[in-house]
Write a protein that binds this ligand. Structure first.
Ligand code: SAH
Ligand code: SF4
Ligand code: F3S
Length: 474
């Protein structure tokens, strides 16, 4: 499913997981309640927290309980056909609910709203509000119109909206890790990708407001922030006097300096934009996690060119070498699309060998899904048959399985500084946390007086494909 649990799923988009609904916030003081479910990338989850803040100011309280909701929102993703199909299915469920309970309003937010615009109202008759990612400030007035019986749509994209002044309400948070949005939109035109159309032009958020938000989180007990953007390395913000620009490397440093106990992560890096400056800044500060999500998409230069990724196989692999040179213990993960237009068996083999070379710790793997309006849809035939796509994907998944297992085996005997995120899923007597490299690690609580949000050193004794198992050493 194209969903992502909000908690701690740092890195980038469309990660598997669960939809979430927010905690209830002091129910009695609110005139109405809203329920919000989010799909897609971390940016969408972060946006839902902005939406929650806007609604809160208007006297709407968040609820986790659908039955109690006067307003039902779904923050949607268009990245692949399957993502949209999942959401449409969910909308039919909401429709039933709406039929059973008069007065409930359903709103579609996010990328699918932006892609389909008013057409969504024709296609999904019981949707009342359609609102795109740059229009959330107008949500209260759209709700008002919808309450008056009028369907309402706002899908205007903006060149400067960053919601910099809105302080997000943390939904379903573990109280340890939080997302901080640093930019919006994307100026790259990867030919397969719908994001530039759904999220508009790239713009960077005021660095001062980013540092203020991260500082506030730290004061509230958070220990980890993930700086979010579709292409964080192209972050570039001019101060008000327009005499000083802040680059991503500088922003990283500013956030790292807030406190040594605040871990800093970021996502996503486009291989073409991650600079030595960023790598050296990562090396300089212990609290910037040595972890980079570096989507390769394909290991074949011809396919990469058709994808308009603007790097070749060799260039990408040289970037991996450079990362390993400057940050020897850096975790590297990736995204892969298999079965892109015209991909041959040899091209596919190139992806497998590039994976083996890069030794990814983890990967998100997809088969190509043609998206209406993208460059690839207009220019190329989606000519790799579905069964071939699926077989290639399986080979890629198997390769990654072997690489992940090997990566975890390599950690046995090593000791890592771990940020405790909470009880392990399986047992209250075990903690679950994360290493700098973003690997999940589970270990017995023992007799130590620790709590979530604490750092602890853990020695790895065993592993599974997805988790390290260890013991506290100090
Ligand atoms: N901004 C990020 C990625 C955003 S989308 C970046 O540039 O890396 C997340 C991932 O979804 C992409 O990395 C890609 O692997 C996948 N994806 C995007 N469009 C897709 C499509 N049309 N079909 C299949 N996978 C796609
Ligand atoms: Fe899509 Fe490419 Fe932008 Fe990532 S960098 S969001 S893949 S267009
Ligand atoms: Fe994210 Fe999906 Fe939109 S990946 S940017 S929510 S299309």
């Amino acid at each position: 499913m194209e969903m992502l649990a909000l908690q701690n799923k740092v890195h980038d988009e469309t990660k598997q997981g669960e939809a979430f609904a927010p905690f209830e916030l002091e129910p009695n003081i609110f005139r109405k309640h809203f329920y919000i479910e989010s799909y897609g990338c971390a940016m969408n989850f972060s946006d839902s927290e902005i939406v929650a803040s806007i609604l809160n100011n208007e006297g709407f309280g968040a609820t986790k309980n659908l039955e109690e909701a006067d307003l039902i929102f779904v923050n949607t993703c268009s990245i692949r056909e399957k993502a949209e199909a999942t959401i449409r299915k969910r909308l039919t469920e909401f429709r039933k609910l709406k039929e059973a309970r008069k007065g409930v309003l359903v709103g579609v937010l996010g990328c699918m709203a932006e892609r389909l615009k008013a057409k969504l109202l024709e296609e999904e008759k019981l949707v009342d509000i359609v609102i795109g990612p740059d229009a959330y400030r107008s949500l209260p007035s759209l709700i008002e119109e919808a309450e008056g019986g009028q369907k309402s749509v706002n899908v205007l994209l903006s060149r400067d909206e960053t919601y910099a002044d809105i302080s997000p309400i943390r939904l379903d948070s573990n109280g340890v890790s939080a997302f901080v949005s640093i930019m919006r939109g994307c100026n790259n035109m990867c030919s397969f990708c719908v994001v530039p159309f759904t999220r508009g032009r790239e713009r960077s958020r005021d660095a001062v407001s980013i540092v203020a938000e991260a500082t506030d989180l730290f004061k509230k007990g958070y220990k980890e922030v993930t700086l979010l953007g579709q292409n964080v390395d192209s972050y570039y913000w001019f101060n008000e006097q327009k005499d000083k620009a802040v680059t991503f490397a500088e922003l990283l440093e500013m956030v790292a300096l807030i406190h040594p106990n605040l871990r800093v992560r970021f996502s996503t890096s486009h291989p073409k934009d991650i600079t030595d400056d960023v790598l050296f800044t990562m090396a300089k500060y212990e609290n910037i996690c040595n972890y980079i999500h570096l989507p390769i998409q394909s290991g074949n230069s011809r396919i990469l060119q058709l994808m308009n990724r603007t790097y070749s196989r060799e260039w990408y692999l040289a970037k991996v070498d450079r990362i390993r040179e400057i940050l020897p213990d850096c975790g590297i993960t990736t995204d892969i699309i298999t079965g892109f237009c015209t991909e041959t068996e040899e091209d596919h083999q190139d992806t497998l060998t590039a994976m083996a070379y890069s030794k990814y710790d983890m990967a998100y793997m997809y088969f190509y899904s043609e998206r209406p309006g993208t460059l690839a849809e207009r220019r190329f035939d989606d000519d790799v048959p579905l069964d071939v796509k699926k077989r290639r994907l399986q080979e890629i998944v198997d390769m990654q399985g072997a690489l992940s297992t090997q990566s975890n085996l390599n950690d046995i005997g090593k000791t890592f500084k771990v940020l405790i995120e909470g009880n392990s899923k399986k047992s209250d007597t075990d903690w679950s946390g994360r290493t700098e490299q973003n690997k999940s690690i589970v270990f017995p609580k023992g007799n130590y007086q620790l709590q979530k949000g604490d750092y602890v050193h853990v020695k790895v004794n065993e592993c599974t494909r997805a988790t390290l198992l260890g013991e506290i050493v100090k």
